[in-house]
Write a protein that binds this ligand. Structure first.
Ligand SMILES: [Zn+2]
Length: 328
């Protein structure tokens, strides 16, 4: 399956579009920075993803590929463009040939959430970065919603596999109203939890306190009005930027749990499918909170690979509400 038409990813270029069709909205400046780990990790698509590639590709082609890559590097060309298949793919539509597994090509549903009785108190005392204790839980948390196709594909992924997800929403994006009909039943059932990621994704540490409050409150009201749910106490500071003042403003509004992460798919910017799978392999570990993004299409092409990693490790996906007792 030919997916990448170029050899290297391009990062953080102003005006860069994520796909030829333009459905990947131009990512606003506010989303170009990446907090957390793996900054600057260069994601060159593996040879298996290069044009005309595949297991049967010839040595000649491999040499040409490497030669082209070397030439681009030598010439100082800032990396060729990463061209992404503009179609999001559902779990069922992803060709089995793409599934990196020697096992069954149609993985069964994921494990159910743990019983209510297994929920633990929130640890408190600062940001939440992982699920305390020993266990088999994986909290996959997915942010922003820049691309409506990606929000839709992730929601379909949940319907197809039973994966439990927490979406940290920026209400400013139309994806949250465009996909309401599909998403609402999963929110109602608790399979997808919504958290507050501010209205429009500013660095809160640069704002006066009244605007910090406005960012959180406006998004809170949007979620209540649109989905009929309260997101408290979970909020995620954009870029993981927070300080004592911001935390205090959020806590006053009932958002007492700044929710960060212990691992990242590193896909707040456009990276290759292979790199996303590599990050999942690295960070899908017991009791981890992993951050991903609803912004670029590549992740929607690797759902079977993500499921395979989760199943191989016998992990149980959870929302934050599945893992923790509700605070009073
Ligand atoms: Zn974000």
């Amino acid at each position: 399956m030919v997916r990448f038409a170029a050899v290297a990813a391009e990062f953080g270029k102003p005006g860069f579009r994520s796909d030829a069709r333009g459905t990947g909205s131009r990512v606003p400046a506010s989303h170009r920075k990446r907090p957390g780990r793996n900054r600057g990790g260069v994601a060159i698509s593996s040879y298996a993803g290069a044009p005309g590639a595949g297991r049967a590709a010839s040595e000649l082609n491999r040499r040409r590929f490497l030669g082209a890559l070397a030439a681009a590097t030598v010439a100082g060309v800032g990396g060729a463009r990463l061209v992404v298949d503009p179609q999001p793919q559902t779990f069922a539509e992803t060709p089995p040939a793409n599934v990196a597994t020697s096992g069954p090509t149609a993985p069964s549903a994921l494990l159910p959430p743990p019983p209510l009785s297994a929920r633990i108190p929130l640890p408190g005392g600062g940001a939440l970065t992982k699920i305390p204790g020993q266990g088999d839980l994986l909290a996959l948390t997915v942010d922003d919603g820049v691309n409506s196709d990606v929000v839709r594909a992730y929601t379909q992924f949940a319907k197809d596999t039973g994966v439990r997800l927490t979406f940290f929403v920026n209400g400013i994006y139309k994806s949250w109203t465009e996909n309401l009909e599909m998403l609402r039943p999963l929110v109602d059932s608790g399979q997808i939890q919504l958290g507050n990621h501010t209205w429009s994704h500013p660095d809160l540490t640069t704002l006066p306190t009244d605007q910090v409050a406005q960012q959180i409150t406006r998004n809170d009201e949007f979620l209540k009005k649109t989905y009929g749910i309260g997101a408290k106490p979970y909020w995620r500071p954009p870029y993981a930027k927070r300080n004592a003042t911001v935390d205090a403003v959020a806590a006053d509004l009932g958002y007492t749990v700044p929710t960060l992460w212990s691992g990242s798919l590193s896909d707040s910017t456009l990276i290759t499918e292979d790199y996303i799978v590599k990050m999942a392999d690295q960070y899908f570990t017991p009791q981890s909170i992993v951050i991903g993004h609803l912004n670029h299409l590549p992740v929607t092409h690797v759902y079977p690979q993500l499921v395979e990693i989760i199943r191989d490790r016998n992990l149980r996906t959870v929302t934050l509400n599945d893992a923790f007792l509700k605070t009073p």
